[in-house]
Ligand binder design. Structure first.
Ligand code: ATP
Length: 138
């Protein structure tokens, strides 16, 4: 079975949506196998978002991710990487389909970065790398 890294980003934690995100993951049938409330560091985010370095939203994204605690979790299940991205919906909360986390709960705040509640790994390689970053003991 697959594993994926999910983050409830600072906006989601601050808005009290961590439980709702976990509920959707578990109701879908995935298992939460690791979970922690943590605050990111610049070093961790530089690695996590290395692919976005140099893009206009990179620094706003890093600053946003440092603005408060996040819930990091590992979800496990058949095709959970693709499955969680379906649960999350499109990056832009305005475009995200109703029924998805971002479509139901997200809104566009008119800021330089999309504060879109969750992150989910986008491939098996990303998942392995990101789980190692956020859960180094695993
Ligand atoms: P995530 O990786 O967080 O699940 P994603 O795969 O939908 O989201 P990425 O393209 O990996 O999106 O971008 C990472 C994050 O950077 C997004 O979730 C969003 O917060 C922010 N972001 C991405 N593209 C933009 C953009 N064009 N404008 C503002 N913020 C953006």
């Amino acid at each position: 079975v697959e594993r994926t890294l999910v983050l409830v980003k600072p906006d989601g934690v601050a808005r009290g949506l961590s439980g709702e995100v976990i509920r959707r993951i578990e109701t879908k049938g995935y298992r939460v196998v690791a979970l922690q409330l943590t605050t990111a560091t610049p070093e961790l985010l530089a690695q996590h978002y290395a692919e976005h370095e140099g893009k206009p939203f990179y620094q706003p994204l890093v600053d946003f991710m440092l603005s408060g605690p996040v819930v990091a979790l590992v979800a496990e299940g058949e095709r959970v990487i693709e499955g969680f991205r379906s649960l999350a919906g499109a990056t832009d909360p305005t475009a995200a389909a109703p029924g998805t986390i971002r479509g139901d709960l997200g809104r566009d705040w008119g800021l330089a970065v999309q504060q879109n509640i969750v992150h989910g790994s986008d491939s098996a390689e990303s998942a392995a790398r990101e789980i190692g970053l956020w859960f180094p003991a695993s």
